[in-house]
Design a binder for this molecule. Structure first.
Ligand SMILES: NC(=O)c1ccc[n+]([C@@H]2O[C@H](COP(=O)([O-])OP(=O)(O)OC[C@H]3O[C@@H](n4cnc5c(N)ncnc54)[C@H](OP(=O)(O)O)[C@@H]3O)[C@@H](O)[C@H]2O)c1
Length: 249
């Protein structure tokens, strides 16, 4: 089994969904884990659920100041970061014709700028030889309707990984992408309040997954662990598509 004993991991959006599953798996493997999110109550519940060496920090990834003070807290407690998972992201569904400036700005602030700040502000704390995992999405390479802005921000993340893998190779820092397919999480399921939306999603999106089902968050936790650990020691600049074949077949 992969051991992360002695490693320090930071997971943005580590209080729910894929981030929580990643934090759980990294903690099980022995890492000291810091989870970042905006809502204290959700972070507190996640800390209880993980139950191991985990610390919650309230921080919004769209704020460089929040990230700076979060990383200062990690440095003060542990002196370094070995694993950084830039997972926090939001999704608006808006058809072309209804896209608003607010919707564009909100998604850019978190999914695009937030990922840049997450990595840039961490640079002083990141140890040479550390591993960065950026969470993109299968939508980056699929033309899913109503996802103009979201999908474009996720495609940008794929590009960030290529650039940063080169920029950080001198420090032996690996940068890889995880591109999940449809995964049952609070974020995804929040969109299912309207049964028609859920039905259309299952027909159009899950129906296009060769494995015939949505993924589960714990399956993404395993993929993050792989990319974060030495199990993927010869990978950088790569995109791991954990999506039941959605983008591959
Ligand atoms: N679920 C899917 O089907 C799917 C598929 C492909 C890719 N993804 C990507 O995977 C990532 C996680 O998705 P998910 O479905 O697990 O989402 P989720 O269930 O909505 O959880 C999102 C997490 O991110 C945190 N978060 C959101 N905005 C934040 C911000 N500005 N600063 C700090 N934390 C923030 C949330 O906590 P707070 O709200 O308290 O901040 C929460 O912990 C996202 O990047 C998403 O785009 C998801």
């Amino acid at each position: 089994m992969t051991s992360l004993t002695g490693k320090v991991a930071v997971v943005t959006g580590g209080s729910e969904g894929i981030g929580l599953a990643a934090a759980q798996r990294l903690a099980e493997a022995g890492a000291s884990v810091f989870i970042l999110g905006r809502r204290q109550s959700v972070l507190d519940a996640a800390v209880k659920e993980i139950g191991a060496d985990v610390t919650a920090i309230v921080a919004d990834v769209s704020s460089q100041a929040d990230l700076r003070s979060a990383y200062e807290a990690v440095q003060a407690a542990k002196g370094k970061i070995d694993i950084l998972v830039a997972n926090a992201g939001v999704q608006n569904r808006e058809p072309l014709g209804d896209i608003t400036e607010e919707g564009v700005d909100a998604q850019l602030a978190i999914n695009f700028k937030g990922v840049i700040w997450t990595v840039q502000e961490a640079l002083p704390a990141l140890k040479d030889g550390s591993s960065i995992v950026l969470v993109s999405s299968g939508t980056a390479v699929k033309g899913i309707p109503n996802r103009t802005v979201y999908s474009a921000t996720k495609a940008a993340i794929r590009s960030f990984a290529r650039t940063w893998a080169n920029e950080l190779k001198g420090r032996r820092i690996r940068v890889n992408v995880l591109s999940p397919g449809p995964i049952l999480t609070p974020g995804l399921e929040a969109g299912f309040a309207d049964p028609k939306v859920k039905e259309a999603y299952y027909t159009n999106v899950i129906g296009a997954v060769p494995m015939g089902r949505p993924g589960e968050a714990h399956e993404m936790g395993e993929a993050v662990l792989f990319l974060a650990s030495d199990a993927s020691s010869f990978m950088t600049g790569a995109d791991l598509q954990a999506d039941g074949g959605f983008t591959q077949v």
